[in-house]
Design a protein around this ligand. Structure first.
Ligand SMILES: Cc1ncc(COP(=O)(O)O)c(C=O)c1O
Length: 437
């Protein structure tokens, strides 16, 4: 462990092997477009849009200027019992991008806060509709919904859960990862729609009248790019409808062009009741999240309240002026440059490039959708996750940022990526796979 005087000691890094990292630090000092610059002066091609969030590429002047202007004009204004114009404008713009009907927007500061907000809104809606016995929240194995107590309770990643007591009254659907039947699928896997029936199993077990909501990522990102099987999300929607259960899509990763449309819900034609967002909303230039809610659900909460504050929930920084400025400038860029369509148009090229790694050493599955790829490696015997981590380090040292999660490499570049850069990414990964044991 580093000594107290070490300049790296004070920052307790999130989701990081602090000891290993501080013994061999890799730092980024600037960014532009598709590239980071490392502390040792190298250009690093960004294969992950930061952390699935800089969808318009880095340090776009339009966003930087908007933030600077906001900081100099209105640095902060409360949105509790007071307002300022920016969040109203951003909410309207955002509502227009959502599937029809989800046009009421609550602002947060992160994906985790969006998830906890969505779960709280779901409970408030059920109560407002006279369904107060519905308090159970259902998530899914291998789901990632951030790190709040709500999020880890419905999440399905053991390391994120084992240290902390979760909320009581949660349960989990089985995950949809089925490489035995679906390995090397391009787009939606053929097998697994029936896994949505797990919700019916939980209804039979707990009683529908106890279940408030189900939350899933339309595509599970953090546990390694698990694309939903054909028909799975539709079936989940049907079962929710049959039993009065609210369906929440956690689109913190999938919104804002990642799968070729403003949302996965819109792109894939399944409309949930609530959508959570963050990351690409501001191109990550200022932290911000949002929750889009169906109008009638919002109205149920507002209209059933006796008077005064209808929802006792909010953050000091909900609708922060700098975040709103970044969000508005980001949405402008997405529209002006047609970045969602660009992602969609590039997707077949991306898919071919990713799947060209089929047959390479260690590769046991490749999954692609939109501008996302998951490359699953055989775990090293006795050392699970080590191989992907070694690849992550080797790629960084060779000028490519990718993401390692378990034994899976995840790629999700900014939507401005060029074909040559796609070739560069998968070419380098292929070369490094040959080098790594
Ligand atoms: C689907 C999903 N939900 C929630 C979160 C949490 O977001 P944040 O880290 O901004 O709290 C993430 C982060 O990756 C995510 O992928």
């Amino acid at each position: 462990m580093q000594g107290d005087n070490d300049s790296l000691a004070a920052f307790w890094m999130p989701f990081t092997a602090n000891r290993a990292w501080k013994a061999n630090p890799r730092q980024l000092v600037s960014a532009s477009g598709m590239h980071y610059q490392s502390a040792d002066g190298r250009r690093i091609l960004d294969g992950t849009a930061g952390l699935w969030c800089c969808n318009a590429g880095h340090c776009r002047p339009e966003i930087a200027d908007a933030i600077a202007k906001a900081a100099a004009t209105l640095d902060f204004a409360p949105t509790f019992q007071l307002g300022h114009p920016a969040p109203f404008e951003l909410a309207q713009r955002l509502a227009a991008l959502m599937p029809v009907g989800l046009d009421r927007i609550f602002f947060t500061n992160s994906g985790s806060e969006s998830v906890d907000t969505a779960l709280k809104i779901a409970l408030a809606v059920q109560r407002a509709k006279g369904q107060g016995t519905r308090t159970r929240l259902i998530g899914r194995e291998r789901g990632y919904h951030g790190v709040g107590f709500g999020g880890i309770s419905v999440g399905g990643i053991v390391s994120n859960r084992r240290t902390w007591p979760g909320l009581s009254g949660t349960d989990h659907l089985r995950h949809t990862h089925d490489p035995a039947r679906n390995a090397f699928t391009r787009g939606f896997p053929q097998h697994g729609a029936e896994l949505a029936d797990d919700l019916q199993r939980l209804v039979d077990l707990h009683g529908a009248e106890t279940i408030a909501a189900v939350i899933v990522e339309p595509m599970a990102g953090s546990t390694g790019v698990l694309v939903p099987p054909v028909g799975y999300l539709q079936r989940l929607r049907e079962i929710c409808d049959r039993h009065g259960i609210l369906l929440i899509f956690d689109e913190v990763i999938t919104a804002f062009g990642r799968v070729g449309g403003a949302t996965a819900a819109g792109q894939w034609g399944v409309t949930p009741d609530i959508i959570t967002m963050a990351k690409g909303l501001t191109n990550a230039a200022v932290p911000m999240g949002a929750v889009a809610v169906k109008r009638e659900l919002h109205d149920a909460v507002i209209e059933s309240a006796p008077g005064g504050i209808e929802l006792f929930h909010g953050y000091t920084y909900s609708g922060h002026p700098l975040a709103c400025a970044a969000g508005l400038a980001t949405l402008d860029l997405y529209a002006r440059d047609g970045l969602f369509d660009r992602a969609n148009d590039l997707s077949p090229y991306w898919e071919d490039a990713a799947h060209s790694l089929k047959g390479r050493r260690h590769v046991i599955d490749i999954r692609t959708i939109g501008l996302v790829a998951g490359i699953e490696l055989t775990p090293r015997p006795g050392a699970p996750t080590a191989r992907a981590m070694e690849l992550f380090h080797a790629a960084f040292d060779n000028g490519l940022l990718l993401r390692a999660t378990g034994d899976i490499i995840a790629l999700s570049p900014p939507l401005i990526v060029e074909k040559g850069q796609i070739d560069e990414m998968f070419g380098m990964i292929g070369t490094l796979l040959d080098r790594i044991d």
